[in-house]
Design a protein around this ligand. Structure first.
Ligand SMILES: [Zn+2]
Length: 134
């Protein structure tokens, strides 16, 4: 990851991030909107620093819609469709897809309006995923 070194997150910080994202995603799968049972998924493979809201999402588990399994079995499509972040990218700068909104960039803390993401266009999502800046 490019940028200043950050401290390893504590277990309490990780628990808080999971709780915030479960609320943010309203207990539903971000890919298809299915309501539970969901699993907390790391958009970019978990490391000691990235259990933060911008890198987390709810996806349906094996007893729900199965979207988490889909993501695991289709890694290239999952990146292009906004459910995975490449290892070299920063999660807060990599477009994410929400079934209820479309393309977004997630925040790690809500903005002054209480929003957890900024909606972006398909063109901006394409640009960001091709190395451009918004
Ligand atoms: Zn789903």
């Amino acid at each position: 990851m490019i940028g200043p070194k950050i401290r390893k997150l504590t277990a309490a910080q990780e628990r808080e991030a999971y709780k915030l994202v479960t609320e943010r995603d309203n207990g539903t799968c971000v890919r298809c909107g299915h309501r539970g049972p969901t699993e907390r998924d790391h958009r970019q493979n978990r490391d000691p620093f990235n259990t933060v809201p911008s890198n987390l999402q709810l996806l349906g588990g094996p007893f729900g819609c199965g979207c988490h399994k889909w993501k695991t079995e289709n890694p290239a499509a999952a990146v292009l469709e906004g459910f995975s972040v490449p290892s070299w990218a920063r999660p807060e700068l990599w477009p994410a897809w929400r079934h209820d909104v479309g393309w977004v960039l997630y925040f790690d803390t809500p903005d002054s309006d209480g929003a957890w993401w900024k909606q972006i266009s398909q063109a901006t999502a394409d640009l960001l995923m091709n190395g451009g800046t918004a």
